[in-house]
Write a protein that binds this ligand. Structure first.
Ligand code: FAD
Ligand code: GLY
Length: 363
């Protein structure tokens, strides 16, 4: 006989672990996390770790508010994890520079600045000479840049380790190599075994649409990201830098992460000549100096994409089954706020921000 749990979380990525940890904060309920592979080996393992609500935002509104709220929570979230586990997830406030697109004119950049300033007063416009003072090794020919001083980064693989360790210390039960086949009211089926829980939280990322029994279905599709890193001596770039759909995330230990492609390739995670080639060429367009840096690592991951690019957070039609999936390009950023919203839903409290835009019933 399997024990009855209060909550089963399907998926041990940043989202599932952050939720499980939050649900165990007062140690009052039993929580089990199940993952089909190893814990934290999905998209969360592959992410760059930019916590940058504004640099990917094209419009204001509730989703930007959600991202900004989560970004504001991050320092406390990361500090809490270090205190609890001793694992430092590399949370650093180095800000980000948005150089725009190659065909941007001074007017389009300025217009973007005026728009962004309505959403956050803390954005700055840097002219090319000011930009060179901040990042002397930049060689991209740009008319200026937007600077987001409040942007942070984490090292996602360390974040996931810290979350897992925190879950263990709080008494969350964790099972890896346990693939959930089907979900129904109060029951999670793994191969021939049935696990029972009052509440089931689906946090299975890019694989969510493979789960049987979900009502409504969750239209999550994998969106492949190829990504690589270079070894540098010291830290030649201070800030995270975005240009022409590519980005740099400089880690304090000298690793320079260069991301990332965004491809509709199903569950294929192979590294391709075209994917890696384009990243290397965009990296050299940002700074011709990087051409001499050795390649450290190349990898890929599957972002959980949705038809409208928004996450799926909320109750399903199956009693006791909730979704927290589809976080697409922002799941590392959104982990703290998603955990907080899910805890409110499970406790039947009102979440701190409106969640109607992310309703599972909207498709
Ligand atoms: P995952 O980490 O994929 O976890 C889902 C888990 O569910 C997996 O471990 C999987 O094994 C498990 N699972 C699936 N199906 C089942 C099943 N049937 N039974 C049991 N377990 C199951 N986000 C940012 O905020 N900032 C960034 O800078 C950033 N950069 C990125 C760069 C790249 C190249 C990629 C690919 C993504 C990036 N992202 C970034 C996005 C971010 O990685 C994702 O949004 C986030 O990791 C999603 O977390 P998750 O826990 O939902 O998914
Ligand atoms: N948010 C960065 C990425 O998804 O590549």
């Amino acid at each position: 006989m399997n024990a009855m749990h209060d909550v089963i979380v399907i998926g041990g990525g940043a989202i599932g672990l952050a939720i499980a940890r939050e649900l165990r904060s007062d140690r009052s309920r039993s929580v089990l996390v199940v993952d089909r592979s190893g814990i934290g080996e999905g998209a969360s393992w592959a992410a760059a770790g930019m916590l940058s609500a504004l640099s990917e935002a094209d419009s204001g509104g509730p989703f930007l508010e959600l991202c900004l709220a989560s970004q504001r929570m991050y320092r406390g979230f990361a500090d809490g994890l270090v205190l609890e586990t001793g694992i430092d997830c590399g949370c650093a406030t180095n800000g980000s520079l948005h150089l725009g697109m190659p065909d941007d004119t001074p007017e389009t950049l300025r217009a973007r600045y005026e728009l962004q300033r309505q959403w956050s007063p803390n954005v700055e416009f840097l002219y090319p000479d000011e930009l060179r003072l901040v990042e002397p090794l930049l060689t991209a020919r740009v008319h200026g840049a937007l600077f987001f001083p409040d942007d942070l980064q984490v090292t996602p693989r360390r974040l996931v380790r810290a979350l897992q360790e925190s879950c263990i210390r709080r008494g969350v039960e964790i099972r890896s190599a346990a693939r959930v086949e089907e979900v129904s009211k109060g029951v999670v089926r793994i191969a021939t075994e049935e696990l029972k829980a009052k509440t089931i939280i689906v946090a299975s990322g890019a694989w969510t649409s493979e789960l049987k029994g979900l009502d409504p279905p969750a239209p999550v599709r994998p969106r492949k990201g190829q990504i690589l890193s270079l070894s540098t001596a010291g830290q030649p770039f201070r800030c995270m830098i975005r240009w022409d759909n590519a980005y740099f995330v400089p880690r304090p230990d000298g690793e320079l992460v260069v991301g990332a492609t965004s491809e509709d390739a199903g569950f294929d995670r192979s590294l391709t000549a075209a994917g890696i080639g384009i990243l290397l060429s965009k990296a050299q367009a940002i700074s011709s100096h990087v051409g001499s840096f050795p390649i450290k690592e190349m990898w890929s991951g599957l972002r959980p994409g949705t038809p409208d690019g928004l996450p799926i957070i909320g109750r399903s039609r199956v009693p006791g089954v909730f979704y927290a999936t589809g976080h697409f390009r922002n799941g590392i950023l959104l982990a703290p706020i998603t955990a907080s919203i899910m805890a409110a839903l499970v406790d039947e409290r009102n979440p701190e921000l409106p969640i109607e835009p992310y309703s599972p019933l909207r498709f």
